[in-house]
Design a protein around this ligand. Structure first.
Ligand code: NDP
Ligand code: ZN
Length: 353
């Protein structure tokens, strides 16, 4: 079968590979719609270390083509929503932890692209189909479901991990698709003032549509100083990091008030080092929690997010800025994500044209 991926670090293109085999508990899915992610481009540039001959993509909805002999709830022909994180639910790492994302080691549950071929192919493999796949409910469009599998799950996780209290002043650093979903999540979790950090006009419009009350630019001076000034020197109650570099992370800590929470969902580069001056973290005694988390996956997580959409709490399709049609358009969509065109937020590729 044909798939789009990386021959080696920095070298992407079409790959010819065998159709994946289906184990007794698994499914093979034919994608009908895929979306490239910033994490795919990070991986293609070596951000997770060396990779070869790997099909990219981890955001898809599609039609089940085959299921294993022991799969009970999913059948061929089902239109399914595929979480980008598909935990091995039997693993001790899942049973022994609050996060299901690290089943057999760090990021173990991120299997598509993480440890096997991804979704930008004619077919892809899903482990533990009964626990990881859910069917598309009525009232939710395939595009909305596609925006749930990673963008909404990750962005909302940023808000969840921040433990936002009603009326909190929340800063979301980064208004790419992940940060925009974090803004929507922070609003639903009860934020009062909601300060977004970013510059691209198209994204600023969507940030405001999702409830941002203020927008500041990291190009207009240090954002920690800007937030301190806006909050009368106090700082923000919660800061969600969804963009920037190691230096941005330090700024996030600096702009958080004592007893506040920094919640990171950004994918830092393998070469990043966090040099946090002790004073910026209150010499270690300021009770500022620093948290970082990975996108939650699995069928139940998807079903809950699908309900958020179905019952009108959030429309994640506002982040879609570009639509492509046809399998052969996958490289164009990927390149757009890679070069980050100024008007880009999130591209999707409709494969069933
Ligand atoms: P984008 O690249 O689309 O957005 C990044 C945002 O960060 C932009 O708004 C950009 O501003 C802003 N930014 C850039 N530099 C700075 C800076 N120095 N200070 C402050 N803000 C800055 O990324 P995505 O939204 O697609 O993804 C965000 C991150 O989340 C990525 O690292 C991605 O890999 C990661 N991710 C993590 C997951 C997880 O499970 N934890 C899952 C999926 C993605 P501007 O408006 O100027 O462009
Ligand atoms: Zn992703």
């Amino acid at each position: 079968m044909r798939g789009f991926g990386m021959h080696s670090v920095g070298n992407v293109g079409w790959l010819e590979k065998d159709r994946p085999a289906c184990g007794p508990l698994d499914a093979i899915v034919r994608p009908t719609m895929v979306a490239p992610c910033s994490s795919d481009t990070h991986v293609s540039h070596g951000g997770s270390g060396p990779r070869e001959n790997l099909i990219l993509g981890h955001e898809a909805v599609g039609i089940v083509d085959e299921v294993g002999s022991d799969v009970a709830s999913i059948k061929p022909g089902d239109y399914v929503v595929v979480p980008c994180v598909t935990p091995h639910w039997l693993a001790p790492g899942v049973q022994n932890s609050r996060s299901t994302s690290h089943d057999v080691g760090p990021f173990g549950s991120f299997k598509l692209v993480g440890s096997k071929d991804g979704v930008m192919a004619e077919f892809f493999h899903v482990n533990l189909a009964d626990a990881n796949l859910t069917t598309l409910p009525e009232g939710v469009s395939p595009e909305a479901a596609l925006m749930i599998v990673d963008m909404m799950s990750t962005g909302f996780h940023g808000a969840e991990a921040a433990d936002i209290e009603t009326g909190d002043t929340v800063v979301v650093i980064g208004i790419g698709p992940v940060g925009l979903m974090a803004i929507a999540g922070a609003g639903l979790h009860g934020a009062g003032r909601l300060i977004a950090v970013g510059t691209r006009p198209a994204a600023i419009d969507v940030a405001r549509a999702y409830g941002a009350t203020d927008v500041i630019s990291y190009k207009a001076g240090p954002i920690d100083a800007q937030v301190r000034e806006m909050t009368g020197g106090v700082g923000a109650d919660r800061v969600i990091v969804a963009g920037g570099s190691g230096e941005t992370f330090v700024q996030a800590i600096r702009m958080t008030r004592p007893t506040g929470i920094v919640s990171n969902i950004n994918f830092f580069d393998i070469s990043d080092v966090f040099a946090i001056p002790a004073l910026d973290w209150g010499l270690g005694m300021i009770n500022v929690d620093i948290r970082g988390g990975f996108c939650p996956g699995g069928a139940v997580r998807m079903e809950k997010l699908l309900d958020v959409v179905k019952y009108g709490r959030c429309d994640p399709t506002k982040i879609i800025s570009h639509r492509f049609t046809g399998f052969d358009q996958i490289p164009d969509a990927f390149e757009l994500m890679d070069v980050k065109a100024p008007d880009l937020i999130k591209p999707v590729v409709h494969l069933d044209a």
